[in-house]
Structures are given as structure tokens and as C-alpha cells.
Design a protein around this ligand. Structure first.
Ligand SMILES: [Fe+2]
Length: 381
């Protein structure tokens, strides 16, 4: 059987890498660029670094700083209309996952005469996106290394994927030095969930596995350090790589029922994506242990847990509990602490049932299993 693994785009990486944006934009042939960002990246001066770098090589810039959480469709449409009107030949997104997803969506909308609804509901577009560069300022979504923009349909309260591949990404760990503790934890746990789901999806490959294990190792070792010392560069450096590798891993494999559930928690209770991902990760581990016992054991080993038993349910429970302990030590809140009742969480059943990602795992998730998985999130943490 012939299988595939992907490489996506080139990444410029290291302290101060953001200052090479102009040089990279020039390499790509950009003359007039739309910069997509949020107020946060603007206030911290990161956006200005990009503008300064572009000015040095005489590239004209226009700013779109209206990014909102979860990349709402109407914001993508607004940014896309500016890109069309201004006839830009390149786009640069700088910020967290929402800014990067918004950039991907804008790049796609800008080259296609179509409504935003059709763009996010009707699959690949006729024309390729405008070329774009992504610069993450958090370490979690890995959006800079995936080919899909996740955009929110605000009328139907659902998240949809739209194919849009970056031309280049710039990873500058210095941009994450100021991230507060909670955002550091939630984004890193998002990356952790990308790894566990990628390893246990229906189509993992040696390349995606390798990246996932490496990313988990970096998160387990360096996330506690980053939480204790917010300005520890080595920790930020490792978390930036972990996020990027985890993104490449699930871009090549896929996420599955964990993200279907995290999306439902986000849509229903507006909880941060990384919290939803963290809460569901131990449940995914227990669910997939019977089919992936060696991989789950290896996750445990990376976390310092040796499982002697060959009983798959023991393997799953032991490693899942190690992840729960890790989450507790980092302050990830439980459903109860978030004010979500058991009844609330069970009300996500229909959403998860209709979420296509729920079918992409390496184990079958029947309709009847969904309430049990949701209940376990509440009961076991
Ligand atoms: Fe995610």
C-alpha cells in the first residue's frame, strides 16, 4: 500500500526570527501586504516589528487588526474584502490561533468570488489562496503548520475547516515570553491533545508519530518550567517547537473525537479551546488504549510512568491518570470548577454525534458511546 506523509511549508525559526519577515516577504515576491492581527499582538509591539521589517525592504503595508476569538466568518469576510479592495499580493498573520485561522480564511476569500458561507461549507475553492506568512505568538494551535483554516459559522454555531496552506511560517519564541501562566498551559495542552489524537487516529504514519512523541516530550519537560518562570527562553523555545511539531503531526495524521468533543464544549459553554482539549485528552487515551496499547505505554514512559500490565484497560487508565495529575499540577480547571454540570456536559451529545471529526479516530465511536465519553470527562477529573 502506498501511503503519504507531508512537509507543508518552510519555517524560519529562532530568537528574533520575526525581524526577518521583510526578507522572507521579498523572497516570496510581495509588494503590498495585508497584516492580520489582534489588539494584543499590536499592543505588545509585535505587529510593529513586522511593519518595520517590511519597511526596510520597501513593502507597503495595510493593517487589519479586528481579529476575534475563534475566527468568526464575518471577520474573515471583512478582512477578505479589504484584501480584494486594496489588491494586496501577500498577507501576513501575527497572533494566536484565531489570528492565524483568520489569516488563512482571508487569503482564501480574497481570491474567490464567493460568499463566506459557501467558502466554509463547500470545500476547496476554485482559486488558490493569496500567498501568506504566519507568525504565531502562542505555542499551542500549530495553525502555522496545518493546511486548514478553522472558521466559525456564527449563524449555526459550528466550526468548519477551509483548506488554506501557508507559504512560510516564522517561529520566534521571544514573542511568547510575556504569555501569562494560564494561556501558556491551555495552549500547550491543546498541542498535547494534537499529539495524542494524531498518534491514535485512523491514519497515523511514522512521520506523524515521530513528531507527536517529540512534542509530548518537550511539553512534559518544559511546560512546568515555563509556568514557574514565564520568561525562561529555553522553555519557550521548546514549547514553540512542540506546538509546531504537534501541528505538523496532526496535519499529516488527523485529530479525531477529542477535538469533536472540545469543539462542542467550546460551542456550548464558550470555554477556551485548550481547556476543552485538556479535559478530553485522558478520555481519548482510555478510549484508544485497546487499539494502541504500545503507543499509550510510550506516552506513559515519556511522562515517567512505567506500565507493567498488558491489560489494555489498565494501560489506558494508568496513563490517563498520569495526564490528569499533570493537568492538576498545572491548574487546568475541572468541569465543576468551570460551573459545568454533568447534565450540561451530556447535552453536548448531539453536537458530537454530528461533528465529522468524531469518525476519524483509530477506534469506532458509536452514537451510544458518546454520552459515556462525555460523562467520563466530568466524573474522572
Ligand atoms: Fe486543537
Amino acid at each position: 500500500m502506498i501511503r503519504r506523509y507531508g512537509q507543508l511549508c518552510t519555517v524560519a525559526y529562532g530568537a528574533g526570527a520575526v525581524n526577518s519577515t521583510g526578507e522572507i516577504a521579498k523572497e516570496l515576491g510581495f509588494n503590498k501586504v495585508l497584516i492580520v492581527t489582534g489588539k494584543h499582538a499590536e499592543a505588545l509591539g509585535y505587529c510593529q516589528k513586522v511593519i518595520d521589517s517590511l519597511k526596510k525592504v520597501n513593502i507597503e503595508t495595510i493593517i487589519f487588526n479586528d481579529v476575534k476569538m475563534d475566527a468568526p466568518d464575518y471577520i474573515v469576510e471583512a478582512g477578505g474584502n479589504i484584501a480584494k479592495k486594496e489588491k494586496v499580493d501577500g498577507i501576513i498573520g501575527i497572533g494566536g490561533g484565531s489570528a492565524l485561522d483568520t489569516t488563512k480564511g482571508i487569503a482564501c476569500f480574497a481570491t474567490n468570488d464567493i460568499t463566506i458561507h459557501d467558502m466554509i461549507h463547500n470545500g476547496p475553492m476554485k482559486n488558490l489562496p493569496i500567498r501568506f506568512i504566519l507568525i504565531p505568538t502562542t505555542s499551542g494551535t500549530g495553525s502555522e503548520s496545518t493546511f486548514v483554516a478553522v472558521i466559525t459559522d456564527t449563524k449555526n454555531h459550528e466550526k468548519l475547516g477551509c483548506p488554506s496552506t501557508p507559504s512560510f511560517s516564522i517561529l520566534d519564541p521571544e514573542l511568547t515570553l510575556s504569555l501569562p501562566n494560564n494561556i501558556t498551559v491551555y495552549t500547550a495542552m491543546d498541542a498535547f491533545s494534537h499529539c495524542t489524537e494524531s498518534l491514535t487516529s485512523m491514519q497515523p504514519n511514522p512521520h506523524s508519530d515521530l513528531l507527536a512523541y517529540d512534542a509530548i516530550e518537550r511539553i512534559v519537560k518544559w511546560l512546568p518550567v515555563a509556568c514557574r518562570e514565564l520568561d525562561n527562553y529555553e522553555a519557550r523555545d521548546n514549547l514553540a517547537l512542540a506546538s509546531n511539531f504537534a501541528g505538523k503531526s496532526f496535519n499529516d495524521s488527523t485529530v479525531h473525537v477529542g477535538h469533536a468533543i472540545a469543539h462542542s464544549l467550546g460551542a456550548q459553554f464558550h470555554i477556551v479551546h485548550g481547556i476543552g482539549c485538556a479535559l478530553v485528552t485522558p478520555v481519548v487515551i482510555e478510549l484508544t488504549a485497546p487499539a494502541f496499547s504500545e503507543k499509550i505505554k510510550k506516552i506513559g514512559k515519556i511522562m515517567g510512568v512505567t506500565v507493567d500490565s498488558e491489560d489494555e484497560s489498565v494501560i489506558g487508565k494508568t496513563v490517563a491518570d498520569a495526564v490528569r495529575k499533570f493537568m492538576k499540577s498545572l491548574g487546568v480547571p475541572s468541569c465543576k470548577e468551570l460551573g459545568i454540570t454533568r447534565e450540561d456536559i451530556l447535552s453536548c451529545t448531539d453536537y458530537v454525534r454530528n461533528e465529522p471529526l468524531r469518525n476519524f479516530g483509530g477506534v469506532t465511536v458509536t452514537d451510544e458511546m458518546i454520552p459515556g465519553l462525555l460523562g467520563q470527562i466530568y466524573d474522572a477529573y
